[in-house]
Design a protein around this ligand. Structure first.
Ligand code: B12
Length: 216
């Protein structure tokens, strides 16, 4: 008899909260061994743990070193699970340029969005974090991307997203590409106000957004 998947999710979340790298790896391997859906293990286990970590940080119970350890435990487990994510091969090929805007190194959320888009069968050009704004435009042109996805976790870096939209306009490329944004401080109102096409509350919304933006 295999292990209960809810039990595995709970343990994955706990290892992230505790910053327990070895435990996170062990439970990720356990998930793989028991044929537990890798995507679910990431979202319901690891990402849920990271949500709790964010709360503890906000409450002042966790400081940067704890958060870094949690992020590291999460990343190690993600590396084990990632090759086992089922990829939807029926999707039409859509290219998405994705990155965290300049000045911002918070990439945990962006990495979850990437996992979602990868598993939906899209081609993701991941520019990483702290991405110079002109890089988004350059990469979109170079790869003929249908969508640019931008992430920002700080109120101070959010305006970079508007600058990317403005750059696309000034280079006459705005109507060639759709723009979706996300990250904790952003909203749909903000997306509209800067001239982006859509906003996603969480990683699981990203796939539907890309599909609807590229449907026509
Ligand atoms: C983890 C964390 C860190 C880690 C980052 C590690 C890493 N590799 O990412 C470390 C410790 C390094 C760090 C550093 C700093 N941080 Co910090 N950090 C956080 C924390 C606690 C959690 C963020 C997180 O990972 N959440 C979990 C993920 C899963 O959620 P998420 O990113 O929101 O992503 C989800 C959605 O938003 C959405 N999404 C995200 N992007 C996109 C994109 C698209 C296209 C779509 C559709 C959806 C989408 O999907 C994701 C998954 O569902 C937040 C607090 C918070 N409540 O957000 C502060 C926070 C963001 N940090 C903050 C600050 C100030 C800093 C620092 C400047 C120093 C400091 N005082 O702590 C530095 C330097 C930052 C820099 N230059 O970028 C502030 C920002 C305040 C502001 N100005 O707005 C926050 C809000 C904490 C606070 N209240 O003070 N931080």
């Amino acid at each position: 008899m295999g292990v209960d998947k809810e039990e595995v999710f709970k343990n994955l979340a706990k290892c992230v909260v505790d910053g327990d790298e070895e435990g996170a790896k062990r439970w990720a391997e356990e998930a793989v061994k028991n044929n537990i859906d890798a995507y679910e293990a990431i979202m319901k286990g690891l990402a849920e743990g990271m949500r709790v970590v964010s709360e503890l940080y906000e409450k002042g119970e966790y400081y940067v070193p704890e958060v870094l350890l949690s992020a590291s435990a999460m990343n190690m487990a993600v590396e084990i699970l990632k090759p086992h994510i089922k990829v939807d091969k029926t999707s039409k090929p859509i290219t998405v340029v994705l990155g965290v805007v300049e000045g911002d190194i918070h990439d945990i959320g962006k990495n979850l969005v990437k996992i979602m888009l990868d598993s939906a069968g899209f081609k993701v050009i991941d520019l990483g974090k702290d991405v110079p704004l002109s890089e988004f435009v350059k990469a979109a042109k170079e790869h003929g991307a249908e969508v640019i996805g931008m992430s920002a976790l700080m109120t101070t870096t959010m305006p970079g997203m508007k600058k990317v939209v403005d750059l696309l306009v000034s280079e006459g490329y705005r109507d060639r590409v759709k723009i979706m944004i996300g990250g904790a401080p952003t909203t749909m109102d903000y997306a509209k106000s800067i001239g982006a096409d859509s906003w996603g509350k969480d990683a699981s919304e990203a796939v539907g957004i890309v599909r609807s933006l590229t449907a026509k």
